[in-house]
Design a protein around this ligand. Structure first.
Ligand SMILES: C[S@@+](CC[C@H](N)C(=O)[O-])C[C@H]1O[C@@H](n2cnc3c(N)ncnc32)[C@H](O)[C@@H]1O
Length: 482
């Protein structure tokens, strides 16, 4: 392997971790090099582990955040209150905002500070096991991204926004406080080096940070057993050594619970010797998993989503609805485009895994997006007022609406240059690996949803026709029996 000190770093990190007051690490688990499976480090059970076993405990004092790093004392006033309404905690700020840094910016500053302290940081052993390279989409070349074809995830990467945010909100603070950020005698980073460091740290936070529930706040008892990490921004973020060595999947066997003085990782079902201990990042589709965490997983495919832009739906509507451009123009002019959604998400809206981290139930698309149906109907009702003969009744309107949806899904599917059959072949023949393979998996998953949505739309059109026929049949019978 490229880094011969990889296991040495894990061993030193574990030894450091065990010295932390209040930390525990079960003797039947170990940190393992899983790079040959593309999973970096992970934690494995050495023997069979019963359900409810406490696997390890992380004292809150070991977490890196604005409460534990000395940077907050050295730069008083530079940090925001811990509770903020930052809706997604991501580096997608456009860089124009002023005011104190939010949770995200604060954690980047703290991490830059601790990183620059080198041996002087009490988290040095932890920094030694953090990644320096990433497969998250932010780091993909244009050639890599081309493999994603028409996936809407490409538009969500936000690299330029992150770059502007770093320039506007990170760089000035580090440069104006260089005497605090750099240890005595240390060489200063150039602007480009600092931006690169901010990107690396931003990506690490995206894939490694935890939202820390504050036990003292008296957590909502209803939410206490939530398995999904709350990334809604109302909670302090932090880097949690050891908990973030855990890899994750949509079928998992461990849970991180947040107590007043510590975080505890517990087995939520029996774990057999040799199995990996797995955390859960939430019901994310593979596109989002790839964007935030840099990997894909077969178990996450059930949560795949696909986005259909409104302009494709408009094209579809124009194809299925025989009205002239004048009527179309008059109907559209009645609405402010701002009031219209510009894209619609199709997902399977599945349940979450059970309390043992396992999933049961159907994995197919059960319904079409209601918000899309409503938006199409808004336009159709306006057209009906202008041209009643085009849409004589509700049954016809439902048919047109479903046909437009089906056609829009077909148009979206046609934006991907390869078919599902071709993608399947690529995936099963093992001719693609690494980033291209993950991209093929994402686009393949999106196409499968589109195919399910096309079938569902067509089933529903038949349903509309049948139910209409059923509606009129009884009166036909009555007519005959009279
Ligand atoms: C919190 S860290 C887990 C520890 C990480 N493997 C390491 O070596 O530092 C999250 C990162 O681990 C990797 N990872 C987590 N779960 C994975 C999985 N099921 N398959 C592949 N990689 C995974 C991804 O690179 C992700 O960004």
């Amino acid at each position: 392997m490229a880094d011969p000190t990889f296991n040495e770093k894990s061993a030193k990190f574990l030894a450091w971790f065990k010295t932390l007051p209040g930390a525990s690490f079960h003797e039947d688990i170990e940190i393992r090099d899983l790079r040959s499976d593309g999973r970096g480090r992970g934690i494995i059970a050495k023997t069979d582990i019963p359900e409810d076993t406490v696997l390890f405990t992380i004292p809150r004092a070991a977490i890196i955040n604005t409460q534990t790093s000395e940077l907050a004392q050295k730069l008083p006033g530079a940090f925001a209150p811990t509770v903020l309404d930052d809706t997604d905690n991501e580096a997608d700020d456009d860089g124009t905002e002023s005011g104190p840094p939010d949770n995200w910016v604060s954690l980047i500053l703290v991490m830059i500070y601790e990183y620059l302290q080198g041996e002087n940081s009490r988290w040095k052993r932890y920094f030694d096991v953090l990644p320096t390279g990433f497969d998250t989409l932010m780091w993909w070349s244009d050639a890599d991204l081309d493999w994603l074809q028409a996936s809407s995830i490409v538009a969500k990467i936000g690299k330029d926004d992150a770059d502007s945010m770093f320039r506007a909100r990170i760089l000035p603070i580090v440069e104006q406080n260089a005497h605090i950020f750099y240890p005595c005698g240390a060489e200063k980073l150039s602007e480009d080096e600092l931006i690169l460091l901010a990107h690396r740290i931003g990506s690490t936070i995206m894939a490694y940070a935890f939202d820390l529930e504050n036990d003292e706040d008296g957590a909502d008892p209803e939410e206490e057993d939530e398995w999904v990490e709350d990334r809604e921004g109302k909670i302090l973020m932090g880097m949690v050594p050891m908990a973030d060595i855990l890899n994750a999947d949509a079928e998992f066997n461990a849970h991180v619970s947040h107590e007043e003085d510590s975080l505890t990782v517990t087995a939520i079902r029996p774990i057999a010797a040799g199995q990996e201990i797995l955390n859960y990042y939430g019901p994310l589709g593979n596109g989002e998993l790839l964007r935030r965490y840099g990997y894909t997983s077969i178990h996450h495919a059930r949560y795949d989503v696909v986005e259909v832009p409104w302009n494709l739906v408009v094209s579809a509507l124009k194809q299925v609805l025989p009205v002239d451009n004048t009527i179309w123009g008059q109907a559209s002019a009645q609405f402010d485009p701002e009031d219209f959604e510009d894209a619609f998400v199709i997902d399977r809206d599945l349940d979450e895994p059970d309390s043992q981290g396992q999933y049961h139930g159907s994995k197919t698309l059960k319904s079409l997006p209601e918000d899309l149906r409503e938006q199409i109907n808004t336009i159709l009702k306006a057209i009906r007022k202008l041209s009643p003969a085009t849409i004589p009744d509700k049954q016809r309107r439902d048919e047109i609406c479903l046909s437009a949806m089906g056609r829009a899904f077909e148009l979206k599917l046609a934006e991907y240059p390869t078919s599902t059959a071709q993608d399947e072949k690529l995936l099963s023949s093992n001719t693609v690996s690494g980033r291209p393979r993950m991209a093929v998996f994402v686009r393949y998953g999106e196409k499968l949803i589109l195919q399910e949505a096309i079938s569902l739309a067509s089933e529903k059109i038949n349903g509309v026709i049948v139910s209409h026929d059923e509606d009129i049949q009884p009166s036909a019978k009555r007519l005959r029996t009279k």
